[in-house]
Design a protein around this ligand. Structure first.
Ligand SMILES: Nc1nc2c(ncn2[C@@H]2O[C@H](COP(=O)(O)OP(=O)(O)OP(=O)(O)O)[C@@H](O)[C@H]2O)c(=O)[nH]1
Ligand SMILES: [Mg+2]
Length: 341
């Protein structure tokens, strides 16, 4: 049952794209219809977003059945190369699985689109008939980037994808946001990148479920083994707080070595999560968090759109920056004006 705004049914665009055909197409696993729905979701236009919202709402009963996996690590650590090897490894043992990959690209501040959208990547994996690779613009926080990634996951689930892999940018807030929207979060580390723990963002280590030391080939192999001991000690020391101590694995994505072990260990983790019911609890919290974020995002957007009667949003911001208006009083004024409007 669709509870959302029915105004969108009058949209010309909706008639053109054929709403029912799109829903049926997605449920049958059509890439064309899935891609169209994701584009609507990523759009800045209000009418597109309303259609995407309604589509997703109708598809909700068919979502939730995948494993959502986040992959992070500094730029150049080998995330894309790893995902390609990892995906191929999964399909070797479980050929019926359907894998979707979302790569988050830095967005162009001017155009709002994806800068690297046209870059050819994961060439061999993306050619597989059971694989769907989709670059997604990060759109910054104001564009609600992470929220769109979450909903893209839901659309992919409705299209029957069993495993959804999200490659983060590896820098900034989006990395943490992805870490908080997946079932399992994998961190790729590269040996010989200086002081291991100083260089590593501590907060990320707390979100990690599996740590993979990549590029363990050639000259870096020995260093990789030394790094493994350091990370194992770190996880051992913090193990009392967590039910699961993240395994530290050595891999070479380029040589496709050690990648199969990652899949085996990941399955153990997911099974452990399901047994302890942490899997379901985490999903419920994530869905509620997405709702809260959407509410804040939509409220913020509305406030920006509606010029307050007393002061414009920009003028209020200016006064706050110059210390002429107290932030809580400012928020009160904006909210009151919004209610009146
Ligand atoms: N020697 C070696 N090189 C690797 C390995 N994995 C990736 N590389 C190389 O590292 C470089 C960066 O790899 P990517 O897979 O693009 O890294 P990434 O983390 O996805 O990079 P960004 O998306 O730009 O953050 C490429 O030249 C890869 O060939 C590995 O296991 N061993
Ligand atoms: Mg990459």
């Amino acid at each position: 049952m669709c509870f959302t705004n029915f105004r969108c049914f009058k949209s010309k665009k909706l008639k053109l794209m054929n709403y029912n055909e799109t829903i049926e197409g997605i449920l049958k696993g059509s890439r064309k219809h899935l891609a169209k729905a994701i584009s609507l979701l990523e759009s800045y236009r209000e009418d597109d977003l309303l259609i995407a919202q309604n589509l997703l709402d109708e598809l909700m009963p068919s979502t939730g059945k995948s494993y959502r996996i986040g992959i992070t690590g500094i730029p150049g650590v080998g995330k894309s190369t790893f995902i390609e090897a990892f995906g191929e490894e999964i399909l070797k043992f479980e050929p019926k699985k359907k894998i979707a990959v979302i790569t988050i690209d830095p967005s162009s501040p001017k155009r709002g689109g994806s800068i690297l959208g046209d870059k050819v990547r994961m060439n061999s994996l993306s050619r597989h008939e059971n694989v769907f690779v989709r670059p997604s613009p990060s759109k910054g926080e104001q564009g609600g980037g992470a929220l769109k990634t979450y909903e893209t996951c839901l659309l992919m689930e409705a299209a029957g994808y069993d495993i959804i892999i999200i490659e983060t940018l590896g820098v900034g807030q989006s990395e943490y946001k992805v870490g908080q929207m997946v079932d399992a979060f994998l961190l790729l580390h590269m040996p010989a990148t200086g002081d291991e723990l100083q260089g590593m963002k501590r907060g990320i280590l707390e979100l990690v479920d599996l740590l993979i030391i990549n590029k363990c080939d050639g000259k870096l192999e020995h260093e990789g083994k030394l790094n493994k001991k350091i990370f194992e000690q770190v996880f051992h020391l913090s193990a009392t707080k967590k039910k699961w101590s993240p395994p530290v694995l050595l891999a070479s994505s380029k040589e496709k070595e050690g990648v199969g072990v990652v899949w085996q260990e990941l399955k153990k983790f997911l099974l452990h999560q399901k047994k302890t019911r942490d899997f379901q609890k985490k999903r419920e919290n994530q869905a509620l968090e997405c709702f809260n974020q959407q509410l804040i995002f939509k409220l913020n957007k509305k406030i920006r759109e509606k010029e307050t009667k007393l002061l414009s949003y920009e003028a209020i911001q200016e006064k706050i920056k110059n210390g002429l208006l107290c932030p809580s009083k400012a928020a009160q004024i904006v909210l009151e004006n919004l209610m009146k409007a």
